[in-house]
Design a protein around this ligand. Structure first.
Ligand SMILES: O=C(O)[C@H](O)COP(=O)(O)O
Length: 413
């Protein structure tokens, strides 16, 4: 038996007026997913327990079997683990996003957050922004004063590590939940260390805002990368071994460090796929092939995570969100399952959205999300589709950290 976990990040949503009051999951054409739903079981699950943040940092931790109320120490330590960044005692890791702030006169606090990802900046462009900052003597001096090192990545997701930082009372806010809002009330606050983080963000904004690199981006009609934003602070975390917990071992296919980091911390293989971007242009076929190959040669469990629905929603791209769901179905799941079925391979699949990402707000929301459990060759005869309403009508799993028990057949729905 093979076990497949599929996470469509932020697929779930609320009804959208533009879709005639339907959700993207209700609207998108996803015949394979709906066939699995018709033959399998659909229910709903809470992955983000209150009062923790509603986001992948708690949702995916839950889905991988770890209760966030026990294991969550912050998002960025899990992301750091994917990149081999070691956190020593006294180290605090932060996500340091490259962001786009509105143009205009005045200080950082008067600007609005246009994009939490500087318009999905990636590759050499993202590294260039970090080069510009690190090439500035005043910026380097401030980093040193703060005891901070920013680790560079070819994406909007940079990771900063600060030694001896005080996080007590520190208030940092995820930028993707406040798109379009004025930065002022959202800037670091709450303690002395916040002042230092704010100083770094202000300096970065001054360096980047009128830099020729961003002038060129604006001329080309692209969003500038004219700010950095600290959030997701946390200290080192340890997670229990996956193999020990479930008696199965496997790997994780994802474009984002969070998902890989959780996998690495549980002792799973980090499987990199060329062209996996975490956006709509990701390599769906490459992910499908990697999952197929891995299941055939190495292990009996694989997680396939697709970030595109979430990022499309943050970017206000409803068409893109629908497309991402349809391509997850047609370009990844359909060919993968055709091949497994063609070889009469037995498998069980758990498919779900980790949390809701709302078209209305472009931000995350907690609450129940639909899941789908399917076993090859078994027809539950229930019939149905996979969407938010079908989920709510089905069985409730109140803690997402129990889901793998169902996937591995240790509990029955
Ligand atoms: O900053 C990011 O990586 C994402 O936009 C946050 O969304 P997620 O919690 O769904 O990954």
């Amino acid at each position: 038996m093979k076990y497949i976990l599929v996470i469509g990040d932020g697929m779930a949503d609320d009804p959208v007026a533009e879709l005639g009051g339907k959700t993207p999951l209700e609207t998108a054409k996803k015949p394979t997913i709906d066939r699995l739903a018709a033959q399998g079981q659909v229910g709903h699950v809470i992955n983000c327990p209150e009062p923790l943040p509603a986001g992948s940092e708690t949702a995916i931790l839950s889905i991988f079997g770890c209760d966030p109320l026990r294991y969550f120490t912050g998002r960025s330590p899990m992301e750091a683990a994917a990149s081999g960044i070691e956190l020593r005692p006294g180290d605090v890791a932060y996500r340091c996003n490259l962001i786009a702030l509105s143009d205009g006169e005045g200080a950082l606090e008067q600007r609005r957050i246009l994009s939490h990802s500087a318009g999905s900046i990636e590759g050499a462009d993202a590294l260039r922004v970090m080069d510009i900052l690190e090439g500035d003597a005043a910026f380097r001096k401030l980093e040193e004063k703060a005891g901070m090192v920013i680790h560079r990545f070819p994406a909007f997701r940079q990771i900063a590590v600060q030694h001896g930082a005080d996080v007590k009372g520190l208030r940092l806010i995820p930028p993707h939940d406040h798109l379009g809002e004025a930065a002022g009330p959202l800037l670091p606050s709450g303690n002395q260390n916040a002042k230092m983080l704010l100083e770094i963000e202000e300096l970065a904004h001054r360096i980047l805002d009128s830099h020729p690199f961003n002038e060129e981006r604006r001329r080309e009609g692209r969003l500038p990368a004219n700010g950095i934003w600290f959030w997701a602070e946390g200290t080192a975390v340890e997670l229990p071994g996956f193999q020990e917990a479930y008696g199965h071992w496997g790997g994780v296919i994802s474009a984002v460090p969070l998902c890989h980091g959780i996998g690495v911390l549980r002792g799973l293989r980090q499987i990199e796929v060329e062209g996996a971007t975490g956006e709509l242009d990701t390599n769906f076929e490459g992910k499908m092939q990697a999952a197929y190959d891995f299941l055939h040669t190495e292990a009996d469990f694989v997680c396939i995570h697709v970030e595109a629905p979430d990022e499309c929603t943050h970017n206000g791209d409803l068409k893109g969100k629908l497309q991402a769901i349809e391509w997850l179905d047609s370009r990844l799941l359909t060919p993968l399952l055709n091949r497994l079925d063609g070889e009469s391979m037995d498998y069980r699949m758990l498919l779900l959205s980790d949390h809701k990402t709302l078209t209305a707000t472009r931000g995350h929301a907690g609450g129940p999300v639909p899941f789908l459990l399917y076993q090859s060759g078994v027809d539950s005869g229930r019939g149905g589709v996979y969407d938010e309403n079908a989920g709510l009508a089905g069985r409730c799993v109140s803690a997402g950290c129990e889901l793998l028990e169902y996937l591995f057949g240790r509990r029955q729905l």
